[in-house]
Design a protein around this ligand. Structure first.
Ligand code: GDP
Ligand code: MG
Length: 166
């Protein structure tokens, strides 16, 4: 009997990315961030522009309730249009977070000046972008922004074709 070792190609990972209102307010900056997404071989699975109501912002950032920056974060995130993406790639979650750079703008500027936050961040609150930080948060955050997105269906139908380059 012959056993064949079949190496399965790793499925693409998906993550939720946001271009926050401070960056969307500057078309050249949001365009540069969008271009970075494409240059880094992310597949844009879904994207949309939207404006949050205050309670959307409060629900999304509930984990930070009580922190000193919570109120200004909630206000900022519901202050204007933002662009949300489902992005697919190998190691999408960690790769996007690495491209964004550190959360705090002053750290990003000094430690990672070429990162998105290092280049375009204005303050610790207005730091241009968001990215899910784990498989669980990606799942939750994708459902928050794209409730109609059927992950199972996408992995069955689209992902194998995209990965195979069809
Ligand atoms: P992220 O996952 O890198 O975005 O960071 P967190 O989940 O810790 O925080 C969520 C968001 O809250 C950040 O992206 C910032 O917009 C804001 N934030 C976090 N820490 C601070 C802080 O120390 N000061 C201020 N002003 N805002 C913060
Ligand atoms: Mg976070």
């Amino acid at each position: 009997m012959v056993f064949l070792a079949v190496r399965r190609a790793k499925a693409l990972q998906i993550t939720l990315a946001i271009i926050k209102p401070d960056a969307v307010a500057h078309p050249l900056i949001s365009e540069a961030i969008h271009q970075k997404i494409l240059d880094q071989q992310f597949i844009v699975v879904r994207s949309k522009e939207l404006i949050w109501r205050r309670d959307d912002s409060e629900r999304f950032y509930a984990e930070h309730k009580g922190r000193f920056f919570y109120q200004r974060l909630v206000e900022f995130m519901s202050s204007g249009p933002m662009r949300a993406y489902i992005l697919a790639r190998e190691n999408a979650i960690s790769h996007w977070r690495e491209l964004m750079g550190p959360t705090k703008t002053y750290r990003a500027r000094y430690l990672s000046p070429e990162s998105i936050r290092g280049k375009y961040g204005l303050t610790d609150t207005r730091n241009t972008t968001h990215g899910s930080d784990s498989l669980d948060s990606a799942e939750r955050e994708i459902a928050f922004f794209f409730p109609e997105f059927n992950k199972k269906c996408w992995y069955e139908m689209d992902e194998p074709l995209i990965r195979a380059g069809y």
